[in-house]
Design a protein around this ligand. Structure first.
Ligand code: CDP
Ligand code: MG
Length: 168
């Protein structure tokens, strides 16, 4: 089983839409193995977006600082989901980074529509609802950055019989 790190960004928390989005993941059969609300520090976001995500290196200082400021507009909810090839499938459910380009049916496409240009013109990171790990290596680093081992829970869901060998 794979694990992926999800963060509901402040725009999702402030809009009161996290329940609907958690429902999408539950409905798809992903197991929530950790979840917490926190006000992230600049340093924690720096590690997440540059140390792990290389956003500053890829997109430059202006976008990077705007994004970190936007992530401090309110509390966020961090979550770890577990499932078969979870990282890739969750990214597919989340959709493209820019809401304008995110397909209908994806989380970013269904809950937002704005553009990079509109966000940059007001000094904000583009409000795209949710973060999800981009690949397995990023997922592993992000999970250990935001959660300690004791915060990751082990339990059985009713989906599991369908992913395990039949009992004789
Ligand atoms: O989040 P994702 O992995 O899809 O994209 P990223 O390239 O890792 O960028 C991280 C976050 O920075 C995005 O989700 C946006 O919130 C923000 N960003 C932005 O505001 N403007 C850009 N041109 C690129 C990224
Ligand atoms: Mg990314």
């Amino acid at each position: 089983m794979e694990r992926s790190l999800i963060i509901f960004k402040p725009d999702a928390v402030l809009r009161g839409i996290i329940g609907e989005i958690i429902t999408r993941f539950e409905r798809a059969g992903f197991k929530i193995i950790a979840m917490k609300m926190l006000q992230p520090s600049y340093d924690d976001l720096f590690t997440h977006y540059e140390g792990i995500g290389t956003l500053k290196t890829r997109k430059g200082d202006e976008i990077f600082e705007s994004q970190l400021a936007s992530m401090q507009d309110g509390p966020v909810i961090a979550m770890v989901l577990e499932g078969v090839e979870a990282v890739e499938t969750i990214r597919k459910m989340v959709g493209a980074t820019e809401p304008k380009s995110a397909a209908p049916g994806t989380i970013r496409g269904d809950y937002a529509h704005v553009t990079y240009g509109a966000a940059a013109s007001v000094g904000r990171g583009v409000a795209n609802i949710i973060h999800a790990s981009a690949d397995l290596s990023e997922a592993k680093k992000e999970i250990s950055h935001w959660f300690s081992d004791s915060e990751l829970h082990t339990y059985d869901t009713v989906h599991q019989p369908f992913t395990q060998p039949r009992k004789k």
